[in-house]
Design a protein around this ligand. Structure first.
Ligand code: ZN
Length: 341
């Protein structure tokens, strides 16, 4: 049977969560993707444990998402790690120190393992690796660096680049912008694949399942990651992408179809569960029914686990849908239909 999920964030009240649980069950969801940020790691351990336990007691799957943790994943959160570990941060092609950890640093890996220990000990059954990426300037609402900037030029990366390729990392002159050369692209891919390999294996060995969502971008895009190499990682169970057609200004059916085809090509030969996210935020009024189309096409093309980003049209955050209740209604009805065809 199709599994159906919803992300959860922006609430710390237990009594409110209990009501939300009823609401989530009534909307035919079978799992919750809890956004477990660095803030919760420090200030809300008990509350997180309660939320996770209540999720499981309600018979729902309990996924934990390292929400923007260390700036390495999707999400709208600041990092506590970054200002405390400046030497472990990514350096950009512009010479700026990025507000994101470099996966090559031992401190970054130790912090990620600490996050995993907490998430799994608190009760998560699945770790959700959401849009892992090196720093993307375009995503930074505070516009820290020009869009052309990319990582990583930290001393560790300089050393490993030199020993792998027998040449130093290129350096931009004053006022120059560097372009992403093939060797640098390879270095960036290896950096993320090696990091994810260690962390997914670690979570697997602790008894958790691993799900990953990679960005639905062209292979040539700076932020793209090698789907095949990541799908091969030991301990991975669920693999998918998030073709948000409203956000990318694409046609729903063709975008979902194209991305599901790519997803199935990766999943089928490896026995991975194909996963699909639809955008529940920023949906213009009158286009809510496209959600039913998107989910239905995804399931027809092979998705076995489908999820929506944000309950109630993501109205707890900026970027709400114009008619959030209508969005949530369509999600609930569609999930019900697809689970009981
Ligand atoms: Zn680095």
């Amino acid at each position: 049977m199709i599994e159906t999920g919803v992300s959860y964030f922006a609430n710390g009240w237990l009594h409110h969560f209990e009501r939300d649980l009823e609401d989530i069950l009534a909307h035919n969801c079978t799992y919750i993707v809890h956004c477990f940020s660095e803030n919760e790691m420090v200030f809300a351990r008990q509350r997180t444990t309660q939320f996770f336990q209540k999720t499981r007691n309600a018979g729902l799957g309990c996924w934990a998402n390292p929400w923007a943790v260390m700036g390495l994943f999707g999400g709208e959160q600041f990092s506590a790690f970054v200002p405390r570990n400046p030497d472990a941060c990514q350096m950009l092609s512009t010479g700026q120190r990025a507000p994101a950890a470099c996966p090559s640093a031992p401190e970054t890996r130790a912090a990620m393992r600490l996050w995993l220990d907490m998430a799994i000990d608190f009760g998560a059954d699945t770790i959700f690796w959401d849009e892992p990426h090196l720093y993307i300037p375009d995503w930074d609402d505070l516009h820290f660096a020009p869009d052309s900037a990319f990582a990583c030029f930290c001393p560790r990366c300089r050393d490993s680049f030199q020993s792998r390729f027998g040449q130093p990392l290129p350096q931009a002159g004053p006022g120059q912008a560097l372009s992403l050369q093939p060797e640098m692209r390879q270095h960036r891919e290896d950096l993320m694949v090696d990091f994810l390999s260690e962390m997914i294996g670690y979570a697997h060995d602790k008894g958790a399942k691993n799900a990953i969502t990679l960005l639905p971008v062209d292979d040539e895009a700076n932020e793209s990651l090698p789907w095949d190499r990541i799908a091969d990682l030991r301990g991975l169970d669920i693999f998918g992408t998030d073709p948000y057609w409203f956000l990318h200004d694409k046609d729903c059916e063709s975008f979902v179809h194209e991305q599901m085809k790519k997803t199935m090509a990766v999943c089928e030969s490896r026995g991975l569960t194909p996963h699909f996210w639809a955008q529940g935020f920023g949906i213009p009024s009158g286009r809510e029914d496209e959600l039913e189309t998107g989910f239905t096409v995804a399931v027809e093309r092979g998705a076995q686990s489908i999820a929506v980003w944000g309950m109630h049209g993501n109205a707890a955050w900026d970027g709400a849908s114009e008619n959030p209740e209508k969005v949530w209604d369509v999600v609930g009805t569609t999930f019900g239909k697809l689970r009981n065809p």
